[in-house]
Design a protein around this ligand. Structure first.
Ligand SMILES: Cc1cc2nc3c(=O)[nH]c(=O)nc-3n(C[C@H](O)[C@H](O)[C@H](O)COP(=O)(O)O)c2cc1C
Length: 453
């Protein structure tokens, strides 16, 4: 990594952390899950560490999967902390008032929303936060969302992405529909706005018909930062055309490099330079002064996953087989019953158990912590070495940190890892500029709707 290149770091803020045992960790505060002061404390810690952004993932459903699966899993899920308990725009607007620098990113699905609503929400959040908003564009993988929006089945994958492509274009036009400086607010002349700077976009497409203009002035960043997290072929294509940050779950350096060059390699045909998109793989970090202490933290939280919940989750991944009939501290039996659902996902889990020689308990503990992301434990130096290698070797521009348990692992990251990265010149010591774009080194987009002057 060149001496002048610094990495970008965001973090996924899931109430008591991403690990299923996180809410039971001794220092966790799950009873504050709807307390704005709790969120403010965690985000201020991240801001003390000069992190680029806080990311609130979102889904417009309490549970996942089919109605039948939701009915069946309701009891088992009572051992897990929900992934979210507050609506993200409301929460981020409040956090904008108690922070100054950190970016505020959340998810909005293009499948179960309308572009006007989403353009308006993000434009408002960008104004409220003085240019710190980012939109994680998702097409929704969760069937349960369909059931909350009048549908029995999910919109088909290809159709979801076709709608997403047009959705983003409409949002861009709406953000541009009131030009910078359109509102002059001239009290003496009695003139509030300039009509030639306010545009009806008159969009008519396959999915949307939107006249505009937006009823919010152009956001301070021009466009809030666009984030994308789908890694299917259409997901990567959408990212290459429109995204400025990409989240991804990559387990190995080789896979990380392949994904990085694949996505960046698709950008040239859209006239984009590869450094106008930052790829941030997710990583769960356990850090302490010694490696054994860090490993002990991992073990502590892993042991806090309630067995019934662990077995339910594992059984789901293995194709809905009843695991209670087997010894939890023995290996997965060779002759597992037939699977329902995805065979490839089941094979990945079975191969993992065999390769690492894991018992059933160890297997669910292993997959409880990271929802497919990489987990690292070690000293600050060991963690920084890993980060440096991925950036140096072209697998990442930085990372999306997934704290396993909160608030403690955010504090650990800021106290241990950030100073080590700063010492190496790999991370900022002061925030640069004022907007999220400034921190990510991204240009403010030109207005696509304005007439050239
Ligand atoms: C770090 C990360 C964060 C994600 N956040 C969300 C989210 O907040 N809401 C959501 O519905 N999907 C989220 N996803 C899932 C992706 O948007 C996407 O649906 C999934 O990766 C499947 O991609 P595909 O449809 O392109 O195959 C996230 C994925 C990753 C890796």
């Amino acid at each position: 990594m060149g001496a002048d290149k610094q990495m970008n770091l965001g973090f996924l803020f899931q109430i008591s952390g991403v690990h299923y045992g996180g809410w039971r960790y001794p220092s966790a505060q799950p009873k504050r899950a709807a307390d704005i002061r709790y969120y403010a404390e965690v985000v201020r810690t991240a801001e003390r560490g000069k992190l680029d952004f806080c990311f609130l993932a979102d889904s417009i459903a309490a549970y996942e999967g089919s109605a039948e699966k939701q009915d069946r899993s309701k009891e088992a899920l009572m051992a897990a902390e929900p992934k979210r308990l507050l609506e993200p725009f409301t929460l981020l607007a409040a956090l904008a008032m108690v922070t100054e620098h950190i970016g505020l990113v959340t998810t909005a699905t293009t499948t179960y929303n309308e572009p006007y609503t989403i353009a308006r929400l993000f434009a408002s959040l960008d104004h409220i936060s003085n240019g710190r908003a980012g939109w994680n564009v998702v097409t929704s993988a969760n069937l349960a969302e369909a059931h909350n929006f009048g549908r029995d089945s999910h919109v088909e994958h290809g159709d979801r992405y076709a709608r997403a492509e047009e959705f983003i274009d409409v949002v861009f036009k709406l953000w541009d529909s009131i030009e910078d400086g359109a509102y002059i607010r001239d009290k003496l002349a009695g003139q509030y706005g300039l009509s030639d700077k306010i545009h009806f976009i008159n969009h008519v497409g396959e999915h949307f018909k939107v006249r505009g203009p937006l009823n919010v002035p152009r956001p301070p960043q021009g466009h809030p930062v666009i984030v994308q997290a789908g890694s299917s072929q259409p997901g990567k294509e959408l990212a290459a055309r429109t995204a400025e940050v990409v989240f991804t779950a990559q387990q190995t350096l080789a896979d990380g490099k392949a994904f990085y060059s694949d996505v960046k390699g698709r950008m040239a045909k859209y006239g984009r330079s590869s450094d106008s998109l930052k790829i941030l793989p997710g990583v769960v970090v356990y850090v302490a002064e010694t490696e054994s202490e860090a490993k002990a933290k991992y073990e502590t939280v892993s042991n806090l996953v309630p067995p019934d919940f662990g077995l339910f989750m594992l059984s789901d991944l293995l194709g809905e087989i009843d695991l209670k009939q087997f010894d939890i501290d023995g290996p997965l039996p060779e002759d597992l019953p037939e699977a329902k659902g995805s065979q490839s996902r089941r094979d990945v889990i079975i191969n993992l158990a065999r390769r690492e020689n894991l018992t059933i308990r160890q297997l669910y503990q292993h997959i409880s912590g990271a929802s497919g992301h990489r987990s690292l434990w070690g000293t600050p130096k060991q963690i920084a070495d890993q980060f440096e290698q991925w950036v140096y070797e072209g697998a990442a521009d930085g990372f999306n940190i997934l704290p396993p348990y909160l608030p403690e692992s955010m504090t650990d990251f800021v106290n241990f890892v950030v100073p080590e990265l700063q010492r190496r010149g790999l991370f900022r010591t002061e925030y640069e500029g004022s907007t999220l774009r400034d921190r990510l080194g991204l240009a403010r987009p030109k207005n696509s709707v304005a007439k050239p002057s």
